[in-house]
Design a protein around this ligand. Structure first.
Ligand SMILES: *Cc1c(COP(=O)(O)O)cnc(C)c1O
Length: 409
């Protein structure tokens, strides 16, 4: 059952990207005029004759041969994300975390060395320290600001360079082009977690990255009710390696989740615009508060990452760091517990605004996290004046709480 291929767009700017997200995936007339790809649920696929059955494995990469390896709905989502990322092809996985685990392990073997950015998403670090280490891979963390100096960390057995830009919780930008240029001379596979910017605002493959990965659970889904990961490869060879590896581990994304994420992509452009606008308004308010030491967001002209953000991204999302003066345990209770519009919860990228205390310091070894009480803010799609009133009330409650004795989160 050959599937339809999406009309791939070449490198395009922001406006055209909105068109890609609205149209990415199968041609409606190839599926009976239906606009979105229907949900196909299947385990067994039956064949007309024995020759077709015996040759089925040739179709692993682009046909429906068994439910585990993807159905039309999965491939449609993969095509859509590949078009957004401007990559050769995309493997869909059950979550962002599985994309990280499968992506890293696909290219690493016992005795290899991997370079991983110090500001990486917490569970990525745990995968490195708890799983890769157990299988005999040596993981070395590097400073996100190292730039082309990364070359001095390369060893004979370095196989993977893993980046995330901006970094989790502290939002440092990486000079992705410089790092990829250095790695390209050594046949090191470069990977980048592109969840924050989304492929709408950043296309890592165009910056030189081999594998761009996202948690589509966040902005692509956009509604906090589905989990999906995606690994987009620069070349067909890399795609095949990732697809084979994912098949070996039996990692299969459910077609209902794939459908939900594809549906989310249709409105990605308008949602991202609003997330960014709300984030900017919140930041403007927050920076005038006396309790605020700083805001971590690369789209701010006085942020250290601003030049790289401007060079490599076409927009900024709704997630940023807020550094407050030290807050006591009771102060934190007062600040968070009375929130009416913001909610307290992990993950982000959905329609709702979220606040959580964040503590990057204990795991970091290369770059010191900012001093103060760190809060991660996700600007959702609500009316920003309601969000600001909610924060004003939170600061009033905080002011009535006893002063802090400890200095960080
Ligand atoms: C949430 C997140 C992930 C993991 O995604 P899940 O879909 O929740 O497994 C990966 N990377 C980053 C940067 C994230 O924020």
């Amino acid at each position: 059952m050959p599937r339809n291929s999406s009309g791939k767009a070449g490198p395009v700017g922001r406006r055209l990207n909105a068109t890609v997200s609205a149209h990415a995936g199968p041609e409606p007339h190839d599926q009976g005029g239906l606009l979105n790809p229907p949900v196909h649920r299947a385990s067994t696929i039956i064949y007309e004759d024995v020759d077709a059955y015996m040759g089925r494995h040739n179709g692993l990469y682009d046909e429906v041969i068994y439910g585990l390896y993807g159905v039309e709905t999965t491939f449609a989502l993969g095509d859509a994300i590949a078009a957004l990322e401007n990559g050769a092809a995309t493997v869909i996985t059950p979550s962002g975390t599985s994309a990280i685990a499968l992506g890293l392990s696909a290219f690493l073997s016992t005795g290899d060395h991997a370079l991983v950015v110090d500001t990486v998403y917490g569970p990525t670090r745990r995968f490195c320290d708890e799983v890769l280490a157990r299988f005999g891979v040596e993981v070395e963390y590097f400073d996100p600001l190292l730039g082309e100096g990364i070359a001095r960390r390369f060893r004979e057995n370095t196989r993977v360079l893993y980046m995330e830009s901006p970094g989790s919780l502290t939002f440092e930008m990486i000079d992705v082009r410089a790092m990829c240029a250095a790695a390209a001379k050594r046949e090191i596979v470069t990977m980048l977690d592109n969840t924050w910017a989304t492929p709408l605002f950043c296309r890592p493959i165009e910056l030189g990255v081999d594998v761009s990965l996202i948690s589509a659970t966040k902005y692509l889904s956009g509604h906090s009710d589905a989990m999906i990961g995606a690994l987009t490869a620069r070349t067909q060879d890399l795609y095949r390696r990732l697809k084979d590896w994912t098949a070996r581990w039996g990692a299969r994304a459910g077609p209902d989740e794939c459908y939900l994420v594809h549906r989310g992509i249709r409105t990605l452009d308008v949602r991202m615009e609003r997330h960014q606008k709300n984030a900017e308004a919140l930041i403007q308010f927050l920076r005038q508060r006396p309790e605020v030491r700083g805001v971590l967001y690369p789209a701010l002209p006085d942020d250290a990452g601003y030049p790289l953000w401007r060079r490599d991204c076409t927009g900024a999302s709704g997630l940023f760091g807020l550094v407050l003066d030290p807050v006591s345990a009771e102060g934190a209770r007062q600040f968070f517990n009375g929130l009416k519009v913001f909610s307290l919860g992990s993950s982000w990228g959905g329609y709702e605004s979220l606040l959580v205390p964040a503590s990057p310091a204990p795991t970091r070894t290369q770059r010191v996290a900012p001093d103060g009480y760190l809060v991660r803010v996700h600007a959702g799609l609500e009316d920003v004046s309601d969000l600001i009133i909610d924060l004003e009330h939170a600061f009033q409650r905080l002011a009535r709480a006893p002063a802090a004795s400890e200095s960080r989160t």
